[in-house]
Structures are given as C-alpha cells and as structure tokens.
Design a protein around this ligand. Structure first.
Ligand code: HEC
Length: 503
C-alpha cells in the first residue's frame, strides 16, 4: 500500500472512524465523574444534606438508575430560580448534554473506565459549604423539640465574646436536627437583653421573637430550609460590634419524632470596611401579613400582587422567596423608566424544601422610578401534592406551617450610600399603606370608624358634610372626595374614597 491509498482509505472510512470516536463507551472516570463531582457532591458527601455520598465510582454506580431518573426530571440538582434576563451565581442546572451523557452511561452498563482518568474531587471542607470559618460558635445546651404539637418559635442566644468590632461577610448556619428546623433569623444584641430573657427561662432560649428594634438595624440575615450560605458581594459587610451576642430567632415544625437541636454557626470576617450599605425590599411586606391572605378551600391559583416604585437608583445583588406548602409560583419583575420590562426572578414550581437566597452574577442596575411588581400564587386544590390538608381547607396568613405566608425579597445596595434613608422611608410608607388598606377593609374596623367620625361632623343633620362642617383632618381631601363637585360630602362619596384607599 502506498501513501496515497492510505490517505484515500482515511478519506473513505474517515467519517465512520469519527463516529466510532463519539460512540466510544461513556465511562465514569472520563465523563460522569466531572458532572457528579461538580454538581452533586457538594451536598452528597459526609456531613451534608444529601441522603448518600457521591464521592467514588462505587457510590455513584450503586444508584446509577435513580441518578438518571432524577437528573432527567430535573429534580436534582435542586434549583428553582429562573430569569429570562439575568444570570444567577453558582446556578445548579445541568445542560441537556450532561443529562444525556448520564442517561447513556446508565443504558450502556455504567462502567467505570480507566481509573487513571478519574478527576480529583473538588476541595470540600467537612461540615461547611463556604470553607473553614473564622469563628465557629454553638448553642451551649440542646433544646428539646417535642414529637408533636404546634410549631415553635423560639430565640437562642450565643455569646460571641468578640474583643473588637468586626465586619461580617457571611454566616453559615448548620442545624443539629435539620428535619425540624424551618428557619433561623440572625441578629446581634449588645444590650444584654436577650441574655437576660434566656436566663429567665428554664429551658434553653426564650419565646417572643422580640426584635429589639423594628428597623432591622441589627439584622445579620437568615437561613431557611434548603438554603445555601453565601458571601456578600465585594464591598458589602454586616457590622458586628464587639461584645455582641448572636441571637437566632428560630422556627421549628415538629416531625412526629422528638429531636434535640444544637445549632452551629460559622462566621466569616473581612478586614475591609464596607463601601456601601444594603437592605432588602420585601414585597408584599411582612411576609404577606398585611395582604389579607385568605385562600378558599380548593382554590387553584389564589394570587396576591404588590407593586413598589424605587425612590432612588439601586443595584440589586440577590433575591429570595418565602411561602409555605401551598406556594406555587412567585415572580418579581422590574419595569424600567424607559419602558422595558425585566424578569428579576420567576419560581415556576415553588418547593418548600428549597428556600434559597439567589445571588446575581453581576449587580443589576435599577434606576429611580423603576416599578417593581410581584406576584405570589398559592394552590389550595387537592391536586397540589404538597397540600397538607386532604380535603383542602380554608387557609389564612399565619405563623404555623399549615398557615400561609408569601413574599419575595430583593437585596439591593443604593447607588449612592447616603440615599438609603429615602429608600427606607418609602418602604415604611409602603408597609403602612398595606396596613391602612387592611384596616379599612375590615368590617366594623378602622374604615367604619373613619366614616362614623366624618359623618358626626354633619352638624345640621342633612346627611352631608359641607365645606363649613368638614373637620380639619379631612379638609385637604375635600375636593378629591367630592366626586360630583356639589360642595358636600355624602356618605357614599366618603365610602368610595375609603375603599379606594383600601385597594
Ligand atoms: C443543594 C444540595 C444538593 C445538590 C447540589 C444535589 N442534591 Fe441530590 N439530594 C439532596 C437532598 C437534600 C436530597 C434528599 C431530599 C430529596 O430527595 O429531595 C437529595 C436526594 C437525591 C436523590 C434521591 C432522590 C429520591 O427520590 O430518593 C438522588 C438520586 C440525588 N439526590 C441525586 C443527585 C444528583 C445526581 C445530583 C447532581 C446532578 C444532586 N443530587 C445534587 C441535595 C442535593
């Protein structure tokens, strides 16, 4: 055979030769291990939440078929955040190609392949997702969570004994009994008040969730079931004064089995003072407490909308959502002043078990005047497999896990730090509007009382409040309420104005 025939042969048989390369068996060491180690092992290893470890061929091969099934259905890796416009950090989504490779591997016998090709496991720290913390603290006594009863809200105090003020970049919370801990909100206390409340109680911790100031100035973030700890973006940090006690406001949902909770917390510090401050915009406020959530039994798509206009330029860096078992869909969009609409997050298939904080890959600029809209949808039908009641029953807002909550929170920093005050004021006003609206809609409540008070100023008893009769607290609204402009306010006109406020 001369050189030309060889080349000719290569040309003729070349394509089938290439095909053979592609069809070469899919093996664990070469194809599958990189996928599993980089997307699964962070949770599927000793000390983490996954029910079994995926660190070796044997461990993965043993569950090969199950792995093919849960990756195909996208049940694993768990990830519920979508955005058509922005990319999230550390997005846990396999590509179609990766899913196909796993399926092919399982179909062709799940072989190991050449052990020399096995990639090294990524560097994990036993017991931590964020690596070795700068300080680890622990509840000094176990709190016994009974087998049965109503949900428990209880606060625990952990002295930090910091010799100096610190800047905190992250906190990683590790529940001792993950099956019963639903959430833990962190704050610091420098007054000793929490410590005294704890000492007064015979069992560890104290009840009351008492925030020491409603403005959250002492808040250090929080953790909820399925959450992954995250570092704050560059340039941001929580202030943690020396001699602070860490206070954890925790929510337990009893599991039918008594448990002992000892939470461990890892703290990560930075020497760099923050360049800016940050806050979160929660919509609707107070986890929906002011939104009259009242979901009829069987209702499939009970929806609460909220809307808030930014009074200043901000940059968003994260977003999270909260609901209980009936939650179905949560969505937040930004309507920019130039008319464009952007999807900040869309959770199409809410799962109570994965209450994550999602961070954007890059800061999202939202200029002053941007209108943020949110939508929370609950499914209280029998078809919702997570419905705790069968048959479904009416569910209202409340603290029990079988009650409902629902909200989205956007974490933002102001573009100019000094403007944070305007944002906080607008958010407080937003919450107040919700409270007023709720009060006005309650029968016999504030709305009725305002109406009575207004009608009482009808001194000549003609059933209308004239310009001369109107009390001072109503006078600057007179023209707006007087819809037929006859210079008098009728009961109907007042009622209409009140219900406008209530919507
Ligand atoms: C963020 C943590 C996390 C990641 C990442 C993760 N898992 Fe899981 N996985 C869990 C937890 C927790 C459970 C148990 C609860 C559950 O089944 O939802 C679980 C359960 C499973 C199960 C059992 C499901 C069943 O029906 O019994 C399989 C199989 C599985 N994971 C495979 C994977 C694979 C494959 C990957 C990567 C492609 C992966 N997981 C990534 C946390 C994780």
């Amino acid at each position: 055979m001369n050189k030309d025939t060889l080349i000719l042969g290569a040309l003729i048989f070349g394509s089938s030769g290439l095909g053979a390369v592609e069809k070469k068996p899919v093996t664990f060491t070469e194809h599958i291990a990189p996928i599993i180690f980089n997307n699964c092992t962070t949770c599927h290893r000793k000390g983490e939440g996954g029910p079994f470890a995926f660190t070796t061929y044997a461990e993965v091969a043993k569950r090969a078929r199950l792995i093919a099934r849960v990756t195909e259905s996208r049940y694993m890796p768990p990830w519920h955040a979508h955005s058509a416009d922005y990319k999230f950090k550390d997005e846990r989504r396999l590509t179609e190609k990766q899913i196909d490779l796993i399926a092919q591997w399982v179909k062709t016998g799940a072989s190991e392949g050449d052990p020399k090709k096995l990639p090294a496991l990524p560097k994990f720290t036993l017991g931590w997702q964020l690596g070795k913390p700068d300080l680890v603290v622990k509840m000094d006594e176990a709190y016994t969570v009974p087998a049965e009863g109503r949900d428990i809200y209880r606060s625990f105090v952990v002295p930090l004994n910091l010799p100096e003020n610190k800047w905190l970049k992250a906190m990683e919370f590790r529940p001792g009994a993950p099956s019963v801990v639903h959430h833990s909100l962190f704050r610091y206390d420098t007054t000793g008040r929490a410590r005294r409340l704890d000492e007064r109680s015979e069992t560890p911790g104290f009840t009351g969730m008492g925030r020491q100031d409603g403005r959250g100035a002492t808040s250090l973030g929080g953790w909820a079931v399925g959450g992954t700890a995250r570092f704050l973006p560059e340039g941001l940090a929580y202030r943690l004064p020396k001699d602070s006690d860490l206070v954890m406001d925790m929510h337990f949902h009893l599991s039918g089995k008594a448990e002992k909770e000892v939470s461990t917390v890892g703290l990560y510090f930075t020497d760099k003072a923050p360049e800016n401050t940050f806050t979160d915009i929660q919509m609707p406020p107070s986890f929906g407490a002011l939104s009259r959530v009242d979901i009829p039994a069987g209702k499939k798509d009970y929806t609460v909308n909220d809307t808030f206009t930014l009074p200043i330029d901000v940059e968003a860096f994260g977003v999270s959502a909260h609901a209980h078992y009936l939650g179905k869909e949560l969505k937040m969009t930004a309507n920019l002043p130039d008319g464009k609409t952007r999807e900040l997050i869309w959770i199409k298939d809410w799962d109570f078990s994965w209450q994550e904080q999602y961070h954007y890959e890059d800061f999202v600029s939202l200029p002053k005047g941007t209108r943020i809209d949110t939508k929370v949808v609950w499914d209280n039908s029998a078809e919702n497999p997570n419905n705790p009641s069968n048959p479904p029953k009416r569910v209202r807002w409340g603290l029990q896990s079988t009650d409902e909550m629902g909200s989205l929170s956007l974490m933002v920093k102001p573009k100019r730090a000094q403007e944070i005050g305007s944002l906080n004021t607008a958010m407080r006003q937003h919450a107040r509007d919700h409270s007023v609206a709720r009060a006005l809609q309650r029968e016999g409540g504030l709305g009725a009382r305002i109406l009575d008070a207004a009608m009482r100023s009808d001194r000549n008893g003609d059933g209308k409040v004239s310009r001369a009769e109107v009390p001072r607290w109503l006078s600057n609204r007179f023209e707006r309420i007087d819809s037929n402009a006859d210079g008098q306010l009728s009961r109907e006109e007042l009622q209409k104005a009140l219900s406008r406020l209530g919507n």
